[in-house]
Design a protein around this ligand. Structure first.
Ligand SMILES: [Zn+2]
Length: 383
């Protein structure tokens, strides 16, 4: 367990900053955007301290670590009044920018400070920018990555020996990873297990090292990376896509049947849980993700399905070839960057939307709105 006194208590947002002489990517580690998830903070400190000490040399670019929600971390809570990882929609950011700081609620004050640091790092970058958003969960389970659905984020996620989950961010608005992507950079969310498990720290540290190596910023990974990744179960899938979310509300008496673990295979019709209405069954064959065994939370469980390699290749080829023009042939109107369907599109159109990286939003059970994130822009390196 991570002892309480091992939690950083200096009240500093900056977790360190290392710059190489040579230009290269800027990797920004955001830790504890959920204040009760200190593992990423400890990991970022470890990696940056090792780079500063020179035991591993940074041969290009920059690495900086930031605490996401400092006040919530000091209070030991996820957020003080809100979830800071749902606050990054264009409207919410515009509201913070327009408002006087005295009017900020605790999370807006955090966001204002974080925005300032992030904009500064974006502005001074001498190469591509990658933002790693480090998380842990209350329920534990195997590690996984959650990329905003761009090919660049996918590619980065595949450098890690964790399952990559496509489509999970689709139902969530306002994550920092999505904002980073809209700003033309690459974001990647990483979950490494239970909040107080020391393995979550070593997996986060190994994640940062692996990404630095994948980006060519270090020549070799320190030996603890292989040790940490050896602890990851070998039978995990490589890429999965969200197929179903079972939402729960406090009154419905939801409880999982005991013994389910993350990524465990389930069959269609299998009884997974019970609520007031009776048994809750798996609506399709797949794998179970994040079964809810705590009292709190609005996600009962998710079912994900394995994604085969040809599907990944097809989606990559289609996106590069401008395949998004195809969806217009399926009855969509294009309005600015969004697609609008006045009637629910059929299964082939939905599959195509996922393939092309569109995030869907049901409006009233009939109409559907979809938009996709743009790939990171290529920028000339500044000297
Ligand atoms: Zn989190």
């Amino acid at each position: 367990m991570i002892a309480a006194d091992a939690q950083p208590g200096e009240g500093q947002r900056d977790l360190g900053d290392v710059q190489a002489e040579a230009p290269g990517p800027t990797v920004i580690v955001i830790a504890a955007i959920h204040g009760n998830e200190p593992a990423g903070v400890l990991a970022a400190r470890q990696v940056i301290a090792a780079l500063q000490a020179g035991s591993t040399r940074l041969c290009g670019g920059r690495v900086a670590g930031l605490v996401g929600n400092l006040g919530a971390m000091q209070a030991g809570v996820r957020g003080r009044v809100r979830d800071l990882n749902r606050a990054w929609t264009a409207d919410q950011i515009a509201a913070v920018r327009a408002q006087h700081p005295d009017a900020d609620d605790p999370e807006q004050a955090e966001q204002r400070a974080l925005l300032g640091r992030l904009e500064d790092l974006f502005e001074t970058a001498r190469g591509p920018v990658v933002v790693l958003d480090l998380h842990t969960t209350s329920g534990g389970g195997p590690p996984f990555t959650v990329p905003p659905d761009t090919l660049a984020a996918r590619r980065l996620g595949l450098a890690l020996p964790f399952p990559l989950i496509l489509g999970l961010l689709e139902s969530v608005d306002g994550t920092v990873g999505e904002w980073v992507t809209r700003r033309g950079h690459t974001g990647l969310g990483v979950e490494t297990g239970q909040h107080t498990d020391p393995q979550a720290v070593s997996l986060h540290a190994a994640t940062i090292w692996r990404i630095l190596h994948a980006l060519g910023q270090i020549d070799a990974e320190p030996p603890e990376v292989a040790q940490a990744f050896a602890q990851v179960p070998a039978d995990l899938p490589s890429v999965v896509v969200l197929a179903h979310r079972h939402g729960v509300t406090p009154g419905d008496g939801f409880h999982m049947r005991p013994g389910y673990a993350g990524f465990q295979r389930v069959r269609r019709g299998e009884v997974l849980a019970f609520d007031r209405a009776g048994p809750v069954v798996a609506p399709m064959t797949g794998r179970l993700l994040m079964p809810l065994y705590q009292q709190q939370g609005s996600d009962g469980f998710f079912v994900v399905r394995d994604v085969r390699r040809p599907w990944l290749v097809a989606s990559s080829v289609l996106r590069r070839a401008g395949g998004h023009l195809l969806v217009r042939a399926l009855g969509a109107r294009m309005a600015e960057e969004e697609l609008h369907f006045d009637r629910p599109p059929g299964a082939p159109a939905r599959a195509l939307l996922v393939l092309l990286g569109y995030r869907r939003q049901e409006l009233d059970g009939q109409r559907l709105r979809a938009h996709r994130l743009q790939e990171p822009r290529r920028r000339p390196r500044r000297r």
